[in-house]
Write a protein that binds this ligand. Structure first.
Ligand code: 6R9
Length: 586
């Protein structure tokens, strides 16, 4: 079913978009011009994200402008101006320096939306160390994987998360030198320190050391189909891309109040929940609480949010809640809604137009791309169900792989193929930490292959088809099936496990596991519940399987790989395709 485009009458828009003519912006675009809109460190000492995001505003006319407005889950509110954020991030950078961290050393956070997380990110950039946030709802196993693969030297977290998820495995994390606790006032040991106390004792002046734009700033873990999570490396120069997309896609204007609902443990929460709005010197709203339909509508109203960046699962939840936001709340400040992370169904786009009085702009990108690549721009006609068109400076194409390890660009409209990007933009990942081969495999014939299948229509709009691999997106969180299977296999009753994403109308995909048991173990409802509990404890409820089904054997191919494609086809009642390589010759 096709849906009518949503046309824009530019004269009726309250604020003139930064890109009025897409084709012209594309032709005129240059990265040098974008770079010249940033300041650079004094005396030509390079480019540092925190200088651009905080210090240059604090030293200029925005010293007293609110940078962060933090809404506590219990109803409290704290504001931080650009001037205050400069001092606090300086203090944090001084702490890192004092405990011996320097360029390239990894600083992890395991905390939700709390002010310390933002201060730590900015202070880490200032010290030219590497910020590596973790999803706070992860259980102990994914946390261990990421701390150990990322060689984290410092972890910032709460006492509760530390005790529940980290302390028992600290001996297996030899790189982890210090844990800084945000909610204790005294040091609990030489390596278990109170962050408030350290902050109090720390100096609020700090000189950012020379920072090469290619110095590593961020490490973000993402999942692969096989193997454990991969650490995507991003550099300080990514700020150019964050700034550019803040300007052209999110369409920031100086008076904007922005709210990004993404969790800081995923890349949207960093690139757009921290960096992009601060680069533009606007006010960034941060809400500590989890999703709640009524609360969210109130935040849009009371905080006078003008630009809102959220995700399809949240929009569908709002849709289901039966609330009519624009009827019950004054949303007269809300100018733009953007969405990312999973396919945004056209019904949600149409509902959004009615419910909020402004359309929802879908956009597409990945942890690896560091920032938005394809978008519905504010001035552009929206085609409900489409991710939009590539950004200026970005070349995107649909390609087919040939059997000679080359790719052929598909010119004909609406043909399905691999979504590919021409590498070279500033926020492009520079590698997977310690995994050169895995990185190289992402490229073919001068293209970066994204792992997504898509099509492009005759007018250059891109339409998402599916992942090309077995990666699962559940409530917008990326989950690697191998990581889940490995945990399930740790249970003494489990012989084999295969994990898939089962389509779900609300959360996009639900994690489902198929399990075969060891000889002598009987499938039962009790064991099923035990396994669900086991997985939740180790992985965290957000990524653990919600459904488990017992099978006599989990299908594998002749080289022993689990055939998730077959599991999924069976689950969906689809033809199972060519099974000639299946073990046992089914
Ligand atoms: C930013 C982020 C990336 C994967 C991506 C694709 C899916 C993202 C989408 C979308 C359909 C959109 N994805 N945006 N699918 N429409 N607008 O989400 O990064 O967690 O690395 O996920 O998410 O499959 O390849 P990440």
């Amino acid at each position: 079913m096709s849906f009518s485009p949503i046309k824009k009458n530019l004269e009726l828009l309250k604020t003139a978009p930064n890109i009025l003519d897409y084709a012209q912006a594309f032709t005129d675009f240059s990265w040098d011009t974008i770079r010249s809109e940033l300041q650079g460190l004094p005396e030509g000492k390079g480019l540092n994200i925190a200088h651009e995001a905080v210090d240059r505003h604090a030293n200029g006319g925005l010293r007293d402008h609110v940078a962060l407005r933090w809404l506590g889950s219990e109803g409290s509110m704290r504001e931080f101006t650009y001037g205050e954020l400069k001092g606090l991030s300086n203090r944090f950078a001084n702490i890192l320096k004092k405990i011996g961290l320097g360029k390239g050393d990894r600083v992890s956070t395991l905390a939700g939306h709390i002010p310390e997380m933002y201060i730590a990110a900015l202070g880490t950039f200032k010290n030219t160390s590497v910020f590596c946030p973790l999803f706070s709802a992860f259980g102990p196993t994914p946390i261990y994987q990421r701390l150990s693969r990322g060689d984290a030297k410092v972890l910032i977290t709460t006492i509760r998360s530390y005790q529940l998820k980290v302390s028992h495995q600290r001996d297996s994390l030899p790189s982890l030198k210090y844990v800084l606790l945000v909610d204790v006032n005294d040091h609990l040991g030489d390596a278990l320190l109170s962050l408030p106390r350290l902050m109090e004792e720390s100096n609020d002046r700090f000189t950012i050391p020379p920072t090469d734009p290619e110095d590593i700033a961020l490490l973000h873990f993402t999942s692969g189909t096989t193997g454990m999570p991969k650490g995507a490396i991003h550099v300080h120069n990514a700020a150019c891309h964050h700034y550019m997309t803040g300007k052209y896609v999110l369409d920031f204007h100086p008076e904007d109040v922005f709210w990004c609902t993404a969790d800081p443990g995923w890349i949207t929460g960093t690139s757009y929940g921290i960096i992009a709005p601060l680069l533009h010197g606007i006010t960034n709203v941060v809400d500590e609480a989890d999703f709640d339909a009524t609360r969210w509508c109130r935040i849009l109203e009371t905080q006078k949010v003008s630009v809102w960046y959220t995700a399809p699962t949240a929009l569908r939840r709002l849709m289901r809640s039966g609330l009519e936001p624009s009827r019950n709340c004054d949303l007269s400040n809300l100018r733009l809604i953007h969405s990312v992370g999973e396919p945004l169904n056209p019904e949600a786009v149409l509902w959004g137009l009615k419910a909020f009085g402004v359309p929802i702009h879908d956009n597409w990108w990945q942890t690896e791309t560091g920032g938005i690549m394809i978008a519905n721009f504010p001035a552009m006609e929206i085609r409900p169900g489409s991710m939009g068109r590539p950004l200026p400076g970005i070349e995107a194409a649909i390609v087919h792989r040939t059997d000679k390890n080359t790719v052929k660009v598909v010119e004909e409209p609406d043909a399905q193929g691999d979504l590919a990007l021409r590498p070279g933009w500033p926020s492009m990942f520079r590698g997977y930490l310690h995994e050169e081969e895995r990185y190289k495999k992402c490229f073919m014939d001068g293209w970066y292959l994204t792992g997504d299948l898509a099509r492009r229509d005759a007018d250059g709009y891109f339409w998402f088809v599916s992942r090309a691999d077995d990666i699962i997106k559940t409530s917008g969180h990326m989950v690697g099936p191998f990581e889940i299977e490995s945990v399930l296999m740790e249970h003494p009753a489990v012989a084999e496990a295969g994990v898939i994403g089962k389509p779900d109308p609300l959360i996009g995909e639900m994690v489902k596991a198929f399990i075969s048991l060891k000889p002598g173990r009987e499938a039962s409802e009790e064991l099923r519940l035990e396994l669900i509990g086991f997985a939740r404890k180790k992985l965290g409820a957000a990524v653990a399987p919600k459904e488990i089904e017992f099978w006599d054997a989990v299908p594998k191919n002749t080289s022993g790989k689990i055939m998730r494609r077959l599991l999924k086809a069976r689950e969906l009642g689809l033809p199972v395709g060519d099974l000639s390589t299946l073990e046992g010759g089914e």
